[in-house]
Structures are given as C-alpha cells and as structure tokens.
Design a protein around this ligand. Structure first.
Ligand code: MRU
Length: 321
C-alpha cells in the first residue's frame, strides 16, 4: 500500500497475479469497502489500511466515531484491525492521526524484519517449508510474517524452498504466495491443499510455517481455514508447526481460541471462482474463512520479541507482559 499524503493507494489483490492495478481510497468508507471486498487482505495489512482510513477521516473533519465503526465492521477475525483502530482513536487532530498511521505502518515492517531474523534460526539448511494462505509482503506493510522468515532465511544465504498450498476457496496461496516467491526468486512449488498429507507422508516436507489472524492468551491460533488440518497432519508426521505473527496479532483479552469470531464468507467463493460456477445452483454451502489451531499443536510462535516455544499462557505472558 502507498500513502501519498492525500490518499491511500492499495494494490488490488483481487486481480493478482494477472494484473498490477492500484485502487485509490479517498475516505474511510472507501477503505472499509476495500477491506471488505478483499482489495487488501491479511491481518497486519488490514490494520494498516484501517489506520490510513481513519487518518483520511481526520483530515476531512468527518465524524471519527462513525469512521471507526465503519472500519471495524469491515472484517471480524483479524485482531490487528481493532488494535490499529484503537490506536488511531487515541490520537487528537489531523496531523497526529496521519503520524500514527505512518508509525503503525513503519512498525509493522520493523516487526516483520525482527521476527524474520528470530525465525531464521529455526529454519534448517535446505528446508522444504510448507505454508498456507499468504502471510507475505502483500498481507502486511512489507516483508511479511511467515514469508518474512522465508525471505530473511533466503537473504541470509540459507537454501530454502517453499511448498505453497493453493488455499481453497479464495486461492491466496496459488495467486499471491506463488507470485510473491516467484518475484523474489525463492524456489516455490504449488500444491493442492488436499495433497499436504501425501507430501508429508512421503518425506517431502520439513516444517510447516504459517501466519495468524488472532492469537489468544493461551496460544490458540486463528488463521486461514485449513491451517488446523495442517497442524494435525504435522503432529502426525512429527514435523514442527511454526506460527509467525507480530505482537499486534495477540489478543490477550481472550482466554482461549473459542471466543475468536470466525468470519463466514459468501457461498459463491465455494461454488465457483470469479465468473465461473461449478456447483449446482441451490446447494447449501458453508464457507468459514478461518479456523483455530489449539496451542498444543503449535511448536513455536515467532514474534518480533523472540520465539515462544510450546506456547501457553505463562510463556506468552512472560514475553508480551
Ligand atoms: O482472508 P485473508 O486472506 O485476509 O486471510 C489471511 C490469513 O489468514 C493470513 O495467514 C494471516 O492474515 C496472516 S498475514 C501475515
């Protein structure tokens, strides 16, 4: 995303990888719409976008409570959105709002670089890293979380290869992660989500590394639908299951993952894609966009303050305070 000083420009992720088009947002309403419609997605990225949306409202002298409510209603699961709006609501005045949005943006990049450095130590030479959804630069202000670790390890001279799950039904893995890795020259292989167990059972995966949308105080992790399945498979095959997320993704007010709101998305994302439909009209559909992986299946959470091995309430509390 780009802040011009006058408006926010968002790379339209709905059109990737075929087209690189930026969408200009001039007010909080347009930013909320862009988050809702998936122009911008990924937990830290929607937090940053919402911060700029609030800054636009402050500049225009709009009703700030209305702007905050509009932005907060755009998507329910990623806590970074609510965290960023709370920070913005504590500002007073147009200049302070713009400065805070820019700080949230810059801090996210710094956090991702720091967690990338911590996470590099967990990545063995030659690792084949399975990832799910897109937790890359596109999902953040820059560098990425799970893919930030991959980037940092690659930049440090480690030989790494990514196995990108396509991530049905919205295909963030096929469209976005595959694109990001190809852009960077990091080896990447795309697989259908349903092939994950097969690849693990044939010794083709060394570890699983994913991002997060919200982490409860006990270490339960909400992330893209299908993540829980991967964690169960990783445990079955004795593989490490790592989660990478900045501190802004922790929701210490929630005791465990049961209270995390799970977004249910439109049926047409499952019955087809874009203009194409393959399921019969009228079929009942469930489309939960996220699931919760219990902390007991998580080998470690990597954040900018360090690595939380076998996360639980005490270890998370000790690092995050
Ligand atoms: O529905 P999306 O594409 O916003 O979901 C994104 C994810 O689940 C990511 O893994 C998560 O936000 C971490 S992004 C650094």
């Amino acid at each position: 995303m780009r802040w011009t000083g006058a408006h926010l420009e968002l790379l339209d992720q709905r059109r990737l990888p075929d087209e690189i088009v930026y969408l200009a947002c001039h007010n909080a309403e347009e930013v909320a719409g862009a988050i809702r419609e998936m122009v911008v997605r990924g937990a830290p990225a929607i937090g940053c976008a919402a911060a700029f949306g609030y800054a636009l409202a402050a500049r225009a002298g709009d009703d700030l409570e209305r702007a905050a409510a509009l932005l907060a209603a755009s998507r329910p699961t990623a806590v970074n959105l609510f965290w960023a709006i709370a920070r913005m609501r504590a500002t007073r005045g147009d200049e302070a709002a713009q400065a805070e949005a820019l700080a949230i943006y810059a801090e996210d990049i710094a956090a991702n670089k720091a967690l990338g450095a911590h996470g590099t130590a967990l990545i063995p030479e030659g690792a084949r890293i399975m990832t799910h959804c897109n937790a890359g630069a596109l999902a953040t202000a820059g560098h990425g979380t799970a893919l930030g670790i991959v980037r940092s390890a690659h930049a440090a001279g480690k030989r790494v290869a990514v196995i990108a799950n396509e991530t049905r039904p919205y295909l963030q893995g096929a469209r976005l992660t595959a694109w990001e890795m190809l852009q960077e020259g990091i080896p990447v292989t795309l697989e259908a989500d349903v092939a994950a167990g097969h690849l693990m059972s044939h010794g083709e995966v060394d570890l699983v590394l994913v991002g997060a949308d919200r982490i409860a105080a006990n270490g339960d992790v909400a992330n893209k639908i299908g993540t829980y399945t991967l964690a169960v498979l990783a445990r079955r095959h004795g593989l490490p299951f790592y989660v990478a997320a900045p501190c802004s993704t922790f929701d210490l007010a929630l005791a465990d993952g049961r209270a995390i709101p799970i977004e249910e998305r439109p049926a047409d994302e499952v019955t087809g894609f874009r203009s194409e439909r393959w399921a019969p009209r009228g079929v009942a559909v469930r489309n939960p966009a996220f699931d919760v992986t219990p902390a007991e299946l998580v080998s470690a959470i990597v954040c900018e303050r360090g690595v939380i091995e076998r996360p639980d309430r005490a270890r998370i509390g000790a690092l995050l305070g």
